[in-house]
Design a protein. Structure first.
Length: 397
């Protein structure tokens, strides 16, 4: 059984703050600050360019990818780090469309994160030739998979409501109809055990700055199933995905396996932060993580529903249909969240009315949830959110 009190002690958590936003930006592991400092001084500082070999910087995207593979149920050697998640979505989509050349439809849902939809629209525009993005309501995805669909592009856990799709069922149906699957794991990786290989997923992408705590701007990951790894062709065919980057050939020749999905120079300082965080993750029992996450969520739902009748639960009650976040709706959700933040309970707001909180057992415990409920109850029962300074929208909500 994982000792979550011990993992909590490994994070920098500001005094008096209850941080319920690790689903958006994970907190700083103490060791990450030290690891980045060491990478800066001992590697960048003292080794300079020789660190690409001496400190094995060149191997980091695959080495770190292997450590994330365990958390997402992927085969070792088939996950690689780099770029942003939006870029990885584009890469996966472009490869899938090329692999399924007689089909023109990308199927997604209206609960998907807009950047995924924007990337798909942009790719369709570039390809022309009848390529289209089709979006349906999340509950209609399964039925919308038919013989016209080239690829499904689904975010497993909805960034607003926390509703979780059934990866096994959607993947099976897609394959039945000759479609490929791309899973966006932004709100899954580190939230619960993902089973990519068991579900027979084709591609998956995700970010490391949420539950995996790599810090703002940390690199994304991409998974390519072993059966596609040596045939998928990267549309963003950068030199670091070349079979021999330092041969400087004029022609592109993809590296073997998932490494071909590398594009350019990897972010070494962010990868150092991520490695320090993964030292914590390496010791986590994922079954214990899920059990604790659900208990914290249930505690929060029960406490808020009992004390704040004007807040409406947006997250499914059924455990199997949830990730690791809980969202409530209220027309004044933005102001309520600002009042919460002013009292040290940090979550975030997602338009139009979602008050979103993440439950991350690595550093949140039942006492934190209890305190958060009491503060939110006070804010709601005494209308403490109803102040003009809480209603002016900041750039980031
Ligand atoms: C589900 C999902 N997909 C894509 C993105 C975009 O990620 P990035 O800004 O790293 O490109 C996000 C960002 O939060 C997300 O939540």
């Amino acid at each position: 059984m994982t000792d979550f009190a011990a993992t909590k002690a490994q994070f920098h958590l500001p005094q008096g703050m209850i941080y319920l936003d690790g689903n958006s930006l994970g907190p700083l592991p103490h060791a990450a600050a030290a690891r980045v400092a060491q990478t800066v001084t001992a590697e960048w500082g003292d080794m300079l360019i020789t660190a690409w070999n001496k400190a094995a910087w060149m191997d980091k995207p695959m080495r770190v990818g292997d450590r994330i593979a365990r958390l997402i149920g992927a085969e070792a050697g088939h996950v690689v780090m780099g770029d942003t998640l939006s870029i990885k979505v584009y890469q996966a989509l472009a490869s899938c469309l090329e692999m399924n050349p007689t089909r023109k439809v990308i199927l997604s849902d209206t609960g998907n994160f807009p950047s995924d939809l924007y990337m798909a629209e942009g790719l369709c525009r570039t390809l022309g030739n009848g390529y289209t993005l089709k979006t349906v309501a999340p509950e209609d995805v399964l039925d919308a998979i038919d013989g016209t669909v080239a690829v499904t592009m689904i975010t497993e856990v909805d960034y607003r409501t926390g509703r979780r799709h059934n990866m096994a069922a959607i993947t099976a149906r897609a394959h039945q109809h000759g479609a490929l699957t791309i899973w966006d794991l932004a709100h899954s990786a580190g939230a619960f055990q993902v089973e990519l290989a068991k579900c027979n997923a084709d591609f998956a992408v995700g970010c490391s700055y949420k539950y995996l705590n790599s810090g703002p701007g940390g690199p994304a990951f991409i998974y390519v199933a072993p059966r596609h790894a040596d045939t998928a062709r990267p549309a963003l065919s950068g030199w670091q995905g070349h079979a021999a980057p330092f041969a400087f050939d004029l022609d592109y020749r993809p590296a073997t396996g998932a490494e071909r999905m590398r594009v350019g120079t990897p972010p070494i300082l962010q990868l150092a932060a991520l490695e320090a965080s993964l030292d914590i993750w390496d010791g986590i029992d994922m079954a214990a993580l899920r059990k604790t996450s659900l208990a914290l969520q249930d505690q929060y739902i029960a406490g808020i529903e009992a004390a704040c009748p004007s807040l409406t639960l947006a997250t499914p009650r059924n455990h199997a249909e949830r990730g690791s976040q809980v969202s409530f709706r209220h027309p004044e959700g933005y102001a309520i969240m600002q009042a919460m933040i002013a009292r040290g309970v940090i979550g975030d707001f997602r338009a139009p009315d979602i008050i979103r909180c993440g439950f991350t057992p690595l550093f949140i415990d039942a006492a934190d949830v209890d305190k958060a409920i009491k503060i939110i109850a006070d804010i709601m029962q005494n209308n403490l959110w109803d102040r003009s300074e809480y209603k002016t929208r900041a750039k980031v909500t």
